[in-house]
Design a protein around this ligand. Structure first.
Ligand code: NAG
Ligand code: NAG
Length: 343
């Protein structure tokens, strides 16, 4: 399994433990501990898990991280913070540590954890070209392992309370198109399915992942749709003739998003509760994508060939906080925070 290849510079680790060891007591010592936050998905929210793996999907060299507080690459696919980090900020918390991080123990567990791994998709066969990545089912296994450790640390009742009261974020699905179906002209999946049939197949495979999260105790889960898949610089370079966003990838996202919304609504109906909150990533499309070829990281959407700048990530999260039901349904993140604080 993935953890076998973890390499730790032990001296550095010892120093870090000495510096940061006391941290986390803060969360535990306060009367009102911060809400735990759990993150699942792909490179849009990976906080460094892939640094611990033998994989081609990595962001551990400069200039990644150039605007991160440490100005060092951390494994995040951005110049600075990603969407998950900025949501942590809104909760009033530290970014959740990657599940493979050696410091994720003790009171640090109370903040939550980030299980995301760049390159993964809904399907197990997405991202095979990256070799070692933590696929969605493995992310769920790591969450089970996390829960066992949390129970050992705070007891079963408290652990359940922490997980039931937590906020969850799931960002996945783009790679099932970009790094699977459309990766090469005659991919196995595109030989097997028309796009029209592939999208419902993906949704049908996504559903058990989400219901497993529910079974494991998640009660408030943000699920993002696909952003404008045809507009990142990599796709413009490969598929666009006149700088317009690549048609078939745009079409894929336009088919996927409403079917995802429908599935989330059905799940909420089944559970008789608004467990799932759908986020429409078209938030980015209209007012934002201007000229991705220019790489001014304070003015433009894309930081690298696929991933957003911190600035763009902040705009996404600000919209999650305040947008109307057209973009985030059944309610926005600031409403969720108010509602859940009363429970
Ligand atoms: C994906 O892999 C997991 C095991 O790692 C398995 O339980 C699951 O059924 C697989 N999904 C599909 C659709 O094959
Ligand atoms: C979303 O959030 C804002 C607060 O930022 C609130 O005023 C608004 O009513 C909320 N809900 C909707 C559906 O717009």
């Amino acid at each position: 399994m993935a953890t076998k290849k973890v390499m730790v510079p032990w001296m550095l680790l010892l120093c870090l433990i000495m510096v940061f060891g006391a941290f986390g007591a803060q969360a535990a010592g306060d009367n009102k501990p911060v809400r735990a936050f759990f993150v699942f998905g792909d490179s849009l929210v990976d906080a460094g898990n892939n640094n611990f793996l033998v994989t081609a999907a990595r962001a551990d060299t400069p200039p990644y991280g150039i605007d991160y507080p440490t100005q060092q690459p951390t494994g995040r696919f951005s110049n600075g913070l990603n969407i998950a980090d900025i949501i942590s900020e809104k909760i009033g918390s530290e970014p959740a540590l990657p599940c493979l991080h050696p410091l994720l123990h003790g009171n640090r567990l109370l903040i939550g954890a980030n299980f995301a791994s760049a390159g993964v998709g809904i399907l197990n066969d997405t991202g095979i070209q990256f070799v070692e990545i933590i696929r969605m089912y493995d992310q769920l296994d790591f969450f089970r392992k996390y829960q066992r450790e949390l129970i050992a640390h705070v007891g079963a009742d408290k652990a359940k309370e922490i997980v039931n009261g937590a906020l969850f974020l799931v960002v996945v699905g783009g790679n099932d198109f970009v790094n699977n179906y459309f990766l090469v002209p005659h991919s196995a999946r595109s030989n097997q399915f028309s796009l029209h049939d592939y999208v419902p197949f993906l949704i049908s495979q996504f559903k058990p992942i989400l219901t497993t999260l529910y079974d494991l105790g998640a009660r408030r889960i943000l699920v993002t749709g696909n952003g404008p898949l045809g507009c990142p610089p990599a796709e413009l370079a490969a598929r666009s003739k006149n700088g317009e966003c690549a048609t078939e990838l745009q079409q894929a996202a336009n088919m996927f998003n409403p079917q995802l919304s429908q599935m989330l609504k059905e799940l909420n109906t089944n559970y008789k509760r608004d467990i799932f909150v759908g986020v429409n990533m078209d938030i980015l499309q209209d007012d934002f994508i201007t000229d991705p070829k220019k790489y001014d990281r304070n003015q433009y959407v894309f930081w690298d060939q696929y991933h957003l700048t911190e600035k763009a990530n902040r705009i996404v999260v600000d919209k999650m906080m305040s947008a109307s039901a057209d973009f985030i349904f059944p309610m926005n993140l600031s409403t969720i925070m108010v509602m859940d604080a009363k429970v």
